[in-house]
Design a binder for this molecule. Structure first.
Ligand code: ZN
Length: 285
């Protein structure tokens, strides 16, 4: 947990810069592990935890030392996915949803705003959640998370005229049959920018080349190409740049046990170096 001083009940942690502020923002939407009591999932807790991007907030915890703002969710991705639009809801998946809905291919396979399936493999619940439960999750978790991200973008853009945002994730070492890459061994990192739409080519290149310079195997825009958090606030023509970084979990953890492995400290040091490079780049533009 990156900010033990603030209340465990808050849905979002915002760590302000600990050095002169630069227009760099890091966010970790999927590393939360504080499970709300009304989750009501029927999947075994340890299996549920495999939906987390565990420890990703810790991997980037040093970013504020170089002037960045760091935002992390406390709540788990399985409960509500902040990397989705608040409209990505399949109304048929819930009992009495009366709000607006613009379902995508994600919600249609149970991986929308409120997941109903474990990576398409098995149901998370033995009943349909009610529309009121879904609305409460949006109000209590989605809105504060997106409020924090939108505020950071606006503050940094007002002060500097630009924002460089790294949306931080980790991925399963091997995909499943429902993933774009199928059952294949994944590279060390996947960096994505919605295929050229969410940031400048120079920002993408900085991150990709930094990691390749450390001898990591880095793919670009496949099998992931970015999602809501690298799409919603990005506007490269107006200085708002966002990219997504996916870290292969085998680099730092035991995926089944949800425990750090012996390489965690080394990877964390490499990502501290990457964070510093991003901050230096953001300050110099
Ligand atoms: Zn993620």
């Amino acid at each position: 947990m990156i900010n033990p001083s603030s209340s465990e009940s808050e849905p979002v942690t915002v760590v302000q810069p600990r050095a002169n502020t630069v227009p760099a923002l890091f966010d970790s939407p999927h590393s939360g592990s504080t499970y709300p009591e009304d989750f009501d999932a029927v999947v075994e807790h340890q299996v549920l935890r495999r939906m987390e991007d565990a420890f990703v907030d810790e991997l980037f915890a040093a970013a504020p030392d170089f002037g960045a703002t760091l935002i992390a969710a406390r709540f788990p991705r399985g409960y509500l996915d902040p990397n989705r639009s608040d409209l990505d809801i399949d109304p048929d998946a819930f009992e009495g949803w009366e709000g607006p809905a613009e379902p995508t291919e994600k919600s249609e396979v149970g991986k929308g705003l409120v997941w109903t399936s474990l990576h398409g493999l098995k149901p998370l619940y033995d009943r349909k959640l009610s529309g009121a439960e879904v609305k409460a999750r949006i109000d209590t978790y989605w809105r504060p998370y997106h409020g924090a991200v939108a505020q950071a973008y606006d503050d940094l853009h007002a002060a500097f005229g630009r924002v460089y945002h790294v949306d931080c994730h980790s991925m399963r070492a091997v995909g499943n049959k429902f993933d774009a890459d199928g059952v294949t061994v994944r590279p060390d990192f996947v960096i994505s920018d919605h295929v050229g739409k969410s940031c400048s080519p120079a920002f993408l290149e900085l991150v990709v080349e930094h990691l390749r310079g450390l001898d990591y195997d880095v793919a670009v825009n496949f099998p992931m190409k970015g999602a809501e958090l690298t799409y919603r606030y990005a506007d490269p023509a107006n200085g708002r740049h966002a990219l997504q970084i996916e870290i292969n979990r085998r680099l730092y953890m035991d995926e089944a046990a949800i425990q750090k492995n012996e390489n965690f400290d080394m990877l964390q040091a490499d990502l501290t170096g990457l964070s510093k490079a991003v901050c230096t780049f953001a300050a110099a533009q």
